[in-house]
Ligand binder design. Structure first.
Ligand code: ADP
Ligand code: MG
Length: 166
């Protein structure tokens, strides 16, 4: 588990951009966190790391959007319950096979239906009542053998943003 503190939307984006350097086709990332925690902000930075130039917007009302970069990025949002049901019909394994990377906002709500291998990215509002409004804690947790084998690579990719990093 890797814990990182960010102090602005730009820092969260920069962290995600760094992480995207370690992305491989077939990767699944779950973005977990309350409304306004920064899931879409993270997705924007991640897309930038894949050289995606199209603006990444919240997919809340669309279920899924697709962006073309160095990898194909599928950005999903399953906040709405009907979306959670629709995800089953999307065929995640097929999306992952197509040189794609999938980011799912609110993915924890459909955890039971997902593959075992994913990187969980949890965003929370800064810890403590005195934390500034733009403070967030980002926790990266590798789940399953695929990501556990890459823990060192992930840690290396986000090293500049780790607490205590210069
Ligand atoms: P979510 O998709 O989780 O609902 P969004 O990314 O849409 O959240 O919104 C996050 C909001 O919080 C944005 O308005 C963003 O500018 C703001 N924000 C403030 N500080 C941060 C931070 N450190 N990281 C990410 N977003 C932040
Ligand atoms: Mg969002």
């Amino acid at each position: 588990m890797i814990r990182i503190h960010t102090r602005s939307p730009d820092e969260t984006k920069a962290l995600a951009t760094s992480l995207a350097q370690a992305a491989q086709p077939g990767d699944l990332l779950l973005l977990v966190g309350d409304l306004g925690a920064g899931k879409t902000t993270f997705a924007q930075g991640f897309a930038a790391g894949l050289d995606i130039t199209d603006p990444v917007t919240s997919p809340t009302f669309t279920l899924a959007r697709e962006y073309h970069g160095t990898l194909l990025l599928h950005h999903l949002d399953v906040f709405r319950l009907d979306h959670a049901a629709e995800v089953l019909d999307l065929g995640l394994p097929e999306l992952l096979d197509s040189n794609g990377v999938i980011l799912i906002e609110w993915g924890d709500t459909i955890r039971q239906t997902l593959p075992d291998d994913y990187l969980e990215v949890a965003l929370t509002f800064g810890d403590g009542p005195d934390s500034p409004p733009d403070a967030r804690v980002v926790t990266l947790t590798p789940r399953g053998a695929r990501w556990q084998a890459r823990t060192a690579l992930v840690a290396e990719a986000v090293a500049p943003w780790r607490d205590g990093a210069p």
